[in-house]
Write a protein that binds this ligand. Structure first.
Ligand code: IPM
Ligand code: MG
Length: 353
């Protein structure tokens, strides 16, 4: 298992260090793991002038999977768009064709109080957002800011081809098939042609999955339903931009963005795995960040890219035991719990592993 490790910026290196300890433990336990390190985001800009240098691209291309920390920081906010750390993330997704972004939102019973929603609304929550990741208004052309008739005009293009919609729909139906067989496709077909096509194609693909119950929801309603009654959902599938927004919303149902992993997969289940939170520059280097989302991303990697279900579950069980034993980083802390820092949280996971 060849894994490219791209720690990135901010808290990235700290949380990745704990995930690497978990990988090392699995290696000692017999898994054939090989790690190689590379630069992405702001640290890559500092070192090479580019957020996704060619050397990183080669490393990532040759690896079976990529483990990524986070990118970005206020010191890069004034850089031209092409050099912003986020461009590194968008570039690696696009270049490696990582079109299927799986973002589970699971509420761990021990953390029910961390959610801002009522206990009964979120207790037992387990949903999966399948976000298309390499198309839509994020990448559509034309785009830009131009002078027209004496004033500046900004524009982007929302665009999806049938092929792009089909392949993400298949991923979503297959994910639903392995879960509770309910898929809700989110669009804005009452206004946007692009998402009318989305709906039409999803319905066409659904004929191959008669065992999955398909429903459709407009994105504004979906945003509301996610806080009103999130447990009505099993799997949600949507485009790049709606998925970006809804997945942040869904993460907060669980009260703790520091807990949620993600996978971004290509056609052959090669994948990039990262916590869904950002680089949190305000707490970087202070041993405060929660490494669990990154550690749980390793579990997703073992499951989706390497078919090592047992090892994946070992990590997930260890994480649950850590929470059940009261270990809490600051983002999920409560009175009466064992407050720990990033490294001590890693220690706790390793001890249960
Ligand atoms: C995410 C992030 C990225 C996105 C940014 C950092 C480019 O918000 O992974 O959700 O918009 O996709
Ligand atoms: Mg986002």
């Amino acid at each position: 298992m060849k894994i490219a490790v791209l720690a990135g910026d901010g808290i990235g290196p700290e949380i990745i260090a704990q995930a690497v300890r978990v990988l090392d433990a699995l290696k000692t336990g017999g898994l054939d793991i090989e790690l190689e390190y590379g630069l992405i985001g702001g640290c890559a800009v500092d070192a090479t002038g580019e957020p996704y240098p060619e050397a990183t691209h080669q490393l990532a291309r040759q690896a079976d999977a990529i483990l990524l920390g986070a990118v970005g920081g206020p010191q890069y906010d004034t850089l031209p768009r092409q050099q912003r750390p986020e461009r590194g993330l968008l570039a690696i997704r696009k270049e490696l064709n990582l079109f299927a972004n799986l973002r589970p939102a699971i509420l761990y019973p021990e953390l029910a109080n961390a959610s801002s929603l009522k206990y009964e609304v979120v207790a037992g929550l387990d949903i999966m957002i399948v976000r298309e990741l390499t198309g839509d208004i994020y990448f559509g052309e034309p785009r830009g800011i131009e002078m027209r008739d004496g004033q500046r005009v900004g524009f982007n293009t929302m665009r999806y081809s049938e092929t792009e919609i089909k392949r993400i729909a298949h991923v979503a139906f297959q994910a639903a098939n392995k879960r509770n067989r309910k898929l809700c496709s989110v669009d804005k077909m009452n206004v946007l042609e692009c998402t009318q096509l989305w709906r039409d194609v999803v319905i066409e693909v659904s004929r191959e999955y008669p065992q999955v119950i398909l429903s459709h929801m407009l994105v504004d309603n979906a945003a509301m339903q996610l806080v009103r009654d999130p447990k009505q959902f099993d799997v949600l599938v949507t485009g790049n931009m709606f998925g970006d927004i809804l997945s942040d919303e869904a993460s907060m149902l669980t009260g703790s963005i520091g807990m949620l992993p993600s996978a971004s997969l290509d056609e052959n289940n090669k994948g990039l795995y990262e916590p869904i939170h950002g680089s949190a520059p305000d707490i970087a280097g202070k041993d405060l960040a929660n490494p669990l989302a990154t550690i749980l991303s390793v579990a997703m990697m073992l499951r989706y890219t390497f078919n090592q279900e047992e090892a994946a579950q070992r990590i997930e069980r260890a994480t649950k035991k850590v929470l059940a034993s009261g270990f809490r980083t600051k983002d999920i802390d409560e009175p009466g719990m064992k407050s720990v820092g990033t490294r001590a949280m890693g220690d706790a996971v390793l001890s249960f592993l």
